[in-house]
Design a protein around this ligand. Structure first.
Ligand code: ADP
Ligand code: MG
Length: 701
């Protein structure tokens, strides 16, 4: 609804006819609805089909809900005290059914009309030979509603509102009143060319029908139109941001490749995969372009992102710049540091790690090395952002994130070079679905490593029930006899750490009993890092054959000789977590296995998760399934981002619309970047509105 700052749509909802200040206050508090705009944009999450009337003689138990037109014959109170209920006899001429109330009996008794004609709505259930609806919705039959033919919107409401008789029906009545008044003020927000090209309905129609559709088709078209608009503006903003950055920020130009050549000729520990080579080319193009790079590097677990990161760093260092890598946790930082140091030592460049647990003296050394330029690479956590961390010439920042670092944090990194913004490479720890990448990282260029290093055998994943345990243990034994090592992982029980540890300890004891001939390591969250490290080292050095652990081994472990991952209570893990865990094996040349243990009783969703794991090793495919099961809000990385406040679009289902929306935004920004053409006038005025009302837009001028 593009409008001037104060407009019809900024009117307080208390002025909606029949609403008033008291209820307005309640809606403020419960649903954060303040203005007409808020109210109109409070879309229902589903609709009930009230187009058809059912007959009592035709009811069946598979019906989710039935709508019946008939007459109230009689009612009586039955039972005593808390068992008391109101039972009414209702007939439509094809049969008799019962309507039952357990609550609000007195109120119902007063309001029901004997021999009145009603439309009742609710889920029918068969008791003995009689149909019954408990707490039905009751509407007095009127000439208006007698024909049926409408969809009842269902709004998300709170208990408090319901207690004050503000239900979906009530909301939809107010909505109708308001919409009839508001329609003339609603302006088109999309260019006519797009509306035509994608056969979209108008904004006015869409707003009306998303609330009060006349039929299923109208609802579908309304949703499609609003989804398109939402995703179009989401993509428009991201692409605009990208263009602004590209125009406004120069980047250091890296062309010298002496060190790089030396590394390639003498120290490269393996041949790069084609995907790694391609991605490195894409990055190098950015680094030579004179523009600041903002690129996302995606790749599955084990696809070899570390060496790509290192080679990128080398190019920066070759050209007199420094590089840093920031990780979200200390464990991840440690892991990166260890891996990068191996490469750095080969070619003799200086690297250090900075985290919260680095002491004062070491810190001072780091600061000195950064400032005089002798320290080439700094790896660390958020500690890198601190003010005392000043570089001689920071040229490249690599950000490894499970959770997207905020814009403010990135800005802090940029400011660490006053002359040129450093180039930014963002690495995701796990693959994310295409639609999510487009919406979360749509302002970045994207590179994907879609190939694993050759010579790796795909991990075999097997689902076993707890009753197969003896056979599974037998299998572990044969693998250990071949010289392999085994991980056994227990879930963290969220509600209780004590319970988690107990669960782990019980498991540990039964495994110790089953494998008296082998040495075991144990690692869990309650242990100090020294203890953990000691246990991990023993496992790494093959002093122990089995590592029993909670999910702490999810990150930061690389033991190529470990070839079996046994996951207990696999039903308690999320898909991406299972995939991450599985990625701990399959790092050597041997055939690796992942065994998922569960009991027999599995929910449908759990079954899908397990079947997906068994079916594929492809992290991108797994992330798509994860998205469809959980929705974007629950996926790792989206919670803190605040980027996904999508009202109508569903990233699990609307990939197609998103694709068209993005293409359209790209095309418009390419052909008419300043939105001068009359056709794009609606975009101009809508952006004006968004800028005044939404923080995401405030940075775009
Ligand atoms: P991730 O993408 O999960 O961070 P890593 O960079 O840790 O993956 O690489 C996983 C393992 O594969 C490491 O042991 C690494 O040395 C090895 N590796 C990476 N690239 C190749 C390659 N092209 N050929 C063989 N091994 C590789
Ligand atoms: Mg890695």
């Amino acid at each position: 609804m593009s409008q001037r700052r104060t407009s019809f749509f900024d009117t307080n909802i208390e002025y909606i006819r029949g609403l008033g200040p008291t209820k307005a206050e309640l809606l403020n508090k419960e649903l954060s609805l303040f203005t007409y705009r808020d109210f109109i944009e409070y879309y229902p999450f589903r609709h009930e089909d009230r187009t058809q009337f059912h007959r009592i003689s035709e009811l069946n138990e598979a019906m989710f809900a039935a709508q019946i037109k008939g007459r109230l014959r009689s009612w009586e109170r039955i039972g005593e005290g808390s068992k008391e209920r109101l039972v009414a006899q209702f007939t439509d001429g094809t049969g008799i059914m019962e309507l039952t109330w357990f609550q609000g009996i007195t109120f119902m008794e007063k309001s029901l009309r004997l021999q009145g004609d009603y439309i009742v709505y609710g889920k029918p259930a068969l008791f003995g030979s009689k149909w019954q609806i408990t707490h039905p919705e009751m509407d007095i039959l009127t000439p208006e509603n007698e024909r049926g033919g409408y969809f009842q919107p269902v709004y998300s409401l709170t208990e408090k509102l319901r207690k004050r008789y503000i239900d979906s029906k009530q909301i939809s009545r107010w909505m109708k009143t308001l919409l009839e008044q508001a329609l003339p003020y609603i302006r088109e927000t999309l260019p006519h060319s797009l509306v035509q090209k994608f056969r979209l309905i108008s904004k006015q129609e869409a707003i009306y029908h998303i609330h009060l559709p006349i039929n299923a088709e109208a609802l579908k078209q309304a949703r499609r139109r609003l989804k398109f608009e939402e995703l179009f503006y989401n993509q428009f903003r991201l692409i605009k941001q990208k263009l602004i950055r590209r125009e406004d920020y120069a980047g250091q130009i890296f062309t010298k490749t002496q060190l790089l050549t030396e590394f390639y000729q003498h120290h490269l520990p393996f041949d790069l995969t084609n995907a790694q080579k391609r991605v490195i080319r894409e990055i190098f193009q950015d680094l030579r372009s004179g523009k600041q790079m903002n690129r996302l590097l995606q790749g599955d677990v084990g696809s070899g992102k570390t060496i790509v990161a290192f080679i990128t760093m080398l190019l920066a260092i070759d050209n007199g710049a420094q590089a840093c890598l920031m990780a979200p946790t200390e464990i991840l930082s440690d892991q990166h540091y260890t891996n990068l140091k191996r490469f750095a030592d080969l070619i003799g460049i200086q690297i250090a790690e900075l985290t919260g647990s680095v002491g004062k003296k070491a810190r001072r050394n780091i600061d000195a090395g950064l400032q005089d330029g002798s320290l080439n690479i700094l790896v660390g956590t958020h500690a890198l952002l601190e003010d005392h961390v000043q570089f001689n010439n920071l040229g490249l920042c690599i950000i490894d994130e499970q959770h997207r670092f905020g814009v403010a944090q990135r800005a802090k990194l940029w400011e660490k070079n006053p002359n040129f913004r450093p180039h930014i490479l963002v690495m995701t720890a796990t693959p994310i679905p295409r639609t999510l990448a487009m919406t979360l990282y749509g302002d970045l260029d994207i590179s994907i490593i879609d190939e694993l290093p050759s010579g790796r055998k795909p991990i075999k994943t097997i689902h076993r029930y707890d009753s197969d345990r003896l056979r599974v243990f037998e299998f572990l034994r044969t693998e250990i006899l071949k010289g392999r090592q085994v991980y056994i992982v227990y879930p963290l029980i969220e509600e209780s750490e004590t319970l988690s540890i107990k669960n782990l300890m019980d498991g540990y004891e039964s495994i110790a009993r089953a494998f008296p001939e082998y040495a075991l390591s144990i690692v869990h969250g309650k242990m100090g890092w020294k203890e953990k490290d000691y246990e991990m080292q023993r496992f790494k050095n093959k002093e122990t054959q089995i590592l029993v652990a909670t999910t702490v081994i999810e990150v930061g472990v690389d033991v190529p000789n470990a070839s079996v991952m046994l996951i207990e209570n696999a039903n308690r893990f999320g898909l991406s977590q299972l995939h991450q865990l599985r990625g701990r094996v399959g790092r050597g040349a041997e055939q690796s296995y992942c065994i998922l243990m569960t009991d027999y009783k599995l929910s449908k969703e759990t079954r899908t998760r397990i079947e997906t794991m068994v079916r594929t090793n492809n992290g991108f495919e797994i992330s798509e399934v994860d998205l469809s099961l959980r929705g974007p809000g629950d996926m790792a990385g989206t919670q803190q981002s605040g980027m996904l406040d999508l009202k109508v679009a569903d990233l699990a289902k609307d990939g197609e619309i998103l694709k068209y929306a993005r293409e359209s935004a790209v095309e418009i920004l390419e052909n008419d970047p300043d939105l001068q053409s009359p056709d794009n006038a609606p975009i101009r005025s809508h952006i004006e509105h968004l800028r005044n009302n939404e923080t995401n837009w405030s940075r775009i001028s």
